[in-house]
Design a protein around this ligand. Structure first.
Ligand code: FAD
Ligand code: DLZ
Ligand code: SF4
Length: 508
């Protein structure tokens, strides 16, 4: 009997459940590049190149380990989707059983579930145990809770993994050192140079393919400097632990002009495709702490992002899909401005965040949340369009992680499934946490008028427009009191400035 083991582009781990118990002599491993995955949203060129190159390298790795691999390159067959590709391979190799690991996204899992009917062979779908918490564990944790807060989930995950634990107690006596991780950028911060490697012939072929077939997609393809193999990924992780982790915590929320990466790990895409394990990254950070090479606030912060936020976000996604994607609490309908694709706006913070996204298929968390997400919220951009944008522009974006971050965290479009209030803010937050405002055409200290920072009046306008939904929220009480103390002239100026700005946005 020939068994087919099917591996998706974000399942590049040799310990994948679909590969457990493989009979290397008789089983076939299938991986395929398909047109539909690259175009159901028009992914950033660099993201496609990263995934195809990582997939091709992973296939070679499996071959060198003795697996029999069938790899379908896009330029050889042009299959529209996974089902079409599978059908051909099943017929050609007289496959009797198909084993796959459950897809990370609802859309693809639904496809997988249809295969046993479509192919008339035995189909076994296995859980993805690269995540540290199962979908069922999360639902059980969430069941009956009035509020779903990452912090409490995270504490359970610390106990479960034993990371930074002294018996039942958290290392250092506190669970969370976030308050120490909000330092504004100081002058003269020095950021370490990233490792790089020469592009090999596999990546060169992929770059040619992407240049030829996806030329009209968003983003810059070159320079292409991503790790694409397990060896490069572990090298990158070790580099981060040795060179950037120490300062990661303190400056986690800071933004600096023309510094795309700062002390961030840049590991999300490598973890999401499976070249690195989530636990492996956390254990490496914990070891640095234990050996005195990184402070607790940095290591705890890094571990919290991974075993806390990353796992929590995935739990929310599976608990709330499929309705979650249509969430639109504020009934926001505005189209994305054209400059979301170019970065060409006089708002320097947005220009920086979007231009860097275009160059690198990457922006760090605060740029995504407090610059682009915050603007999208205040300007009332349509959540569906914002989601699609975030899903296609970032190299680490898969729906399971992108959607709750956009719908729940950045836009509060889910009405507060896990956030206690919207992450809405005026320009003063961006000014405090970055050096962007000093280089902007707008003035962050001006509250009204054509020269005023648009975040300033849009923030109050957002509160006015959504009063009915937000004023009941206790955590918004102070802001509504401030709004109510404003003079009528001030309120008129906020309304007029917002109207003028949003009209120009619509016309742009
Ligand atoms: P670091 O700052 O070095 O953090 C370390 C790791 O923690 C990351 O590699 C990542 O694995 C994890 N992490 C941190 N925050 C989160 C979070 N909120 N959710 C899940 N994991 C987290 N992350 C994605 O992986 N894919 C996405 O599509 C994505 N979309 C986002 C959209 C918005 C609007 C926001 C606000 C956040 C989004 N994030 C997403 C989370 C976060 O911004 C990225 O994981 C992070 O910027 C990746 O860069 P890094 O590896 O340098 O992270
Ligand atoms: C993102 C992506 C792209 C662009 N192309 C492919 C592909 O051709 N083949 C593949 O197996 N995976 C690809 N991926 C990643 C998938 O979209 C991802 O594995 C699923 O969406 C997970 O549900
Ligand atoms: Fe952004 Fe406003 Fe600062 Fe300009 S002034 S960089 S628009 S926050």
């Amino acid at each position: 009997m020939t068994t087919l083991r099917f591996i998706l582009g974000d399942q590049l781990s040799t310990d994948l459940s679909a590969l457990n118990d493989a009979d290397k002599k008789n089983d076939i491993v299938l991986m395929c590049e398909v047109w539909g995955e690259a175009t159901y949203v028009r992914h950033h060129k660099k993201k496609i190149a990263f995934i195809f190159s990582a997939m091709r390298h992973f296939a070679e790795d499996l071959k060198s380990k003795g697996y029999s691999v069938v790899y379908k390159r896009l330029d050889e067959h042009d299959d529209a989707d996974f089902t079409t590709a599978l059908k051909r391979v099943i017929q050609h190799h007289s496959i009797e059983k198909l084993i796959a690991t459950e897809a990370s996204e609802y859309r693809v899992l639904e496809m997988q579930k249809s295969w046993s009917d479509k192919f008339d062979i035995d189909v076994e779908l296995r859980g993805d145990d690269r995540f540290l918490s199962t979908k069922q564990d999360f639902e059980k944790w969430a069941d009956g809770r009035k509020e779903l807060r990452m912090e409490y989930f995270y504490r359970e995950m610390r106990k479960k993994t034993g990371l930074l634990m002294n018996g039942e107690e958290p290392e250092g006596g506190k669970w969370n050192y976030d308050k120490e991780n909000r330092e504004p950028p100081k002058d003269g911060l020095r950021f370490p140079d990233r490792p790089d490697w020469s592009v090999d012939s596999i990546t060169r072929d992929v770059l040619k393919l992407v240049e030829k077939r996806f030329d009209s997609h968003f983003g810059d393809l070159k320079p292409f400097e991503y790790p694409v193999t397990r060896r490069q990924a572990t090298h990158y992780l070790n580099w981060f632990i040795e060179n950037a982790l120490e300062d990661f915590g303190t400056h986690q929320d800071a933004m600096v002009q023309d510094e795309a990466l700062m002390y961030h790990s840049h590991l999300s895409a490598l973890i999401n495709v499976g070249l690195l394990g989530a636990l492996e990254c956390c254990e490496a950070a914990e070891k640095a702490y234990q050996e005195g090479n990184a402070p607790l606030n940095a290591v705890e912060g890094f571990i919290r992002q991974i075993i806390g936020w990353r796992e929590f976000i995935r739990g929310i996604y599976w608990m709330k899909m499929p309705d979650y994607e249509s969430s639109n609490e504020f009934n926001a309908k505005r189209d994305l401005p054209e400059w979301f694709w170019s970065g060409k706006t006089h708002m320097n913070c947005l220009n920086q965040a979007i231009s860097e996204t275009k160059q690198n298929a990457y922006a760090h968390h605060i740029q995504r949340l407090m610059v682009i997400g915050n603007f999208s919220l205040l300007a009332g951009l349509d959540p569906k369009q914002v989601q699609e944008w975030f899903l296609l522009v970032y190299h680490d974006a898969y729906e399971w992680v992108e959607m709750p971050n956009v719908v729940g965290m950045a836009l509060y479009a889910d009405g507060g499934v896990f956030a206690s209030k919207p992450y809405a803010s005026s320009g003063s937050y961006i000014n405090k946490m970055s050096d962007y405002c000093g280089q902007c055409s707008y003035s962050v200290t001006k509250k009204n008028g054509p020269k005023a920072c648009p975040y300033n009046y849009l923030y109050w306008n957002f509160l006015v427009e959504n009063r009915e939904l937000l004023s009941k929220n206790q955590r918004m009480g102070m802001m509504y009191s401030s709004l109510d103390r404003m003079s009528d002239d001030k309120k008129d100026a906020i309304r007029d400035d917002s109207k003028r700005f949003l009209k120009a946005l619509d016309e742009a």
